[in-house]
Design a protein around this ligand. Sequence first.
Ligand SMILES: Cc1ncc(COP(=O)(O)OP(=O)(O)O)c(N)n1
Ligand SMILES: Cc1ncsc1CCOP(=O)(O)O
Ligand SMILES: [Mg+2]
Length: 204
Amino acid sequence: MQLYLVTDESACLGRDMFWVVEEAVKGGVTMVQLREKFLETRAFIERAKRMKDLLAPYNVPLIINDRVDVVLACDAEGVHVGQSDIPYSMLKDLLPDEKIIGLSAENRKHILEAETMDLTYLAVSPLFATHSKTDHSEPWGMEGLKWVREHSKHPLVVIGGLNAENTKDAVKNGADGIAVISAICSAESPYEAAKYLKALIINQ
Ligand SMILES: Cc1ncc(COP(=O)(O)OP(=O)(O)O)c(N)n1
Ligand SMILES: Cc1ncsc1CCOP(=O)(O)O
Ligand SMILES: [Mg+2]
């Protein structure tokens, strides 16, 4: 979870997304989320299976955005859901106990509600404004992250506008993991970008 890559084919500058992901994993990415907002179900499953085969030799877990059916169909390691997605209580019934569950929290109420949940991580979303998600809510900012760290028992992932300039600060203020789309997918070298971010996280 330390360095978490969220995929977005449109952010990959015309390069093959699987190539981008493999370079990023070689550079130090520790978890990958397949985020497909427009694919039909069968194409999503096929892509998820291919991604799982790519990640397995590196022991990097595959997380599926939004879709429990796709998690089950390709035996991915887990799911990431937001506040408008399938509710946590249903997820717990549908998924085997060992699956990773990540949940987005967009405000203080979400953080407090999550205290009774058995989550693998809670995403502070978004930390900063970003063009990679058009419908995001009001950013938490660094002060917001400090508040979350004081009030949540969960491992925290930050997402939204994370890059080489602000990663160290986010970790200092309570982030256990940094999740990115553009800082890796749109980097000239996804390998070097991941390596650099990973070093910032480890040596903070
Ligand atoms: C690691 C991580 N954090 C937050 C999100 C956002 O999830 P959500 O609010 O459900 O929005 P969509 O990604 O589904 O558009 C995420 N995907 N990953
Ligand atoms: C999927 C998602 N959820 C909250 S912000 C975001 C996009 C993060 O993209 P970037 O790392 O390019 O800011
Ligand atoms: Mg969602």
